[in-house]
Design a protein around this ligand. Sequence first.
Ligand code: AMP
Length: 338
Amino acid sequence: MSRVYADANAIRGRSWYEYSKFRIEWSSPDRYEIVRRLGGGKYSEVFEGVDTVNSERCVIKVLKPIAGHKIKREIKTLRNLAGAPNVIALLDVVRDPSRKYHSLITEYVENVEWSQLYMRLTDADIRHYTFQLLTALDFVHSHGIIHRDIKPANVMIDHQRRQLRLIDWGLAEFYHPDTEYHVRVGTRHYKPPELLVGYKRYDYSLDLWGLGCMVAAMIFRKQPFFRGSDNEDQLLKIMKVLGTAKMDAYLKAYSIPFESDVEDLLGNYPPRAWTRFITAENQHLTSPDALDFIDRLLRFDPRERLTAKEAMAHAYVGTVRVEGIKPEGLSDSGFASM
Ligand code: AMP
């Protein structure tokens, strides 16, 4: 069971987490115009758009005709999180007259492509954005929600305004203790060990692994930090850094049966010291605090990983904390009505 916020949904009640039952009032798409295509994936096509009523820029995420309950889950999640710090704001939901296409209208972020941005972030930038992401995650987790796809492509950064927004809530799920969840979620390079070994009783700590991978990538200027070519190779890449002994101890502690045909996965690897990743290019970003922060996030055992709240109290982001960046949050009773 999660070390924190295990009862976040139970205390808010069914109207908070039962997403299959609520009715959605759809607006007409006429109000929004497409400006250009931004990207797309398995579940959606994303466009930059304009709201013709107020001339504001927006993002139009056209959902592919997928299972209805997934659409409801994404909308319910975003509505519950209305006003949450550093979470993309859902502005409207629209459906075309044929009722085939559903779109989410969200705020637009003047985003700098991460593959360009990450390699030029300063030490202060990395600490700042890490703290902003943790602020979002702690809020989201405390409200009973796991994002399940934390990765650079889902973290929009407006570097000029030093603003960060967590996007793509299509995989987000409500956390209930002792529940089995799908392990085929997330994106390979950011998948934690529990998903790679098929352990279904995971929790919020899933998101902290993804964050750990992002922080390690930014600090060591190695993107992605764990580059596996498939799920087994992904696990192997992790093992070659954290060591076989830690992996074995984790599997044993959780009685996880794990068999593999991949010979390398049965090899014996010593843990690699974090200092061995320091190079001439990244040494200005590495410090004992930075390495300790990474070390406490990238743990096989989810219970050993820092929670978002604990990570926010770590010395690595301590300098950001004293700058006094206070997120504007919801009041804790703030249940966004549907
Ligand atoms: P996605 O399919 O959700 O990964 O979105 C595709 C691409 O659209 C992303 O990689 C971003 O470059 C862009 N994008 C998505 N949401 C936003 C947003 N709110 N503001 C700006 N760009 C976005």
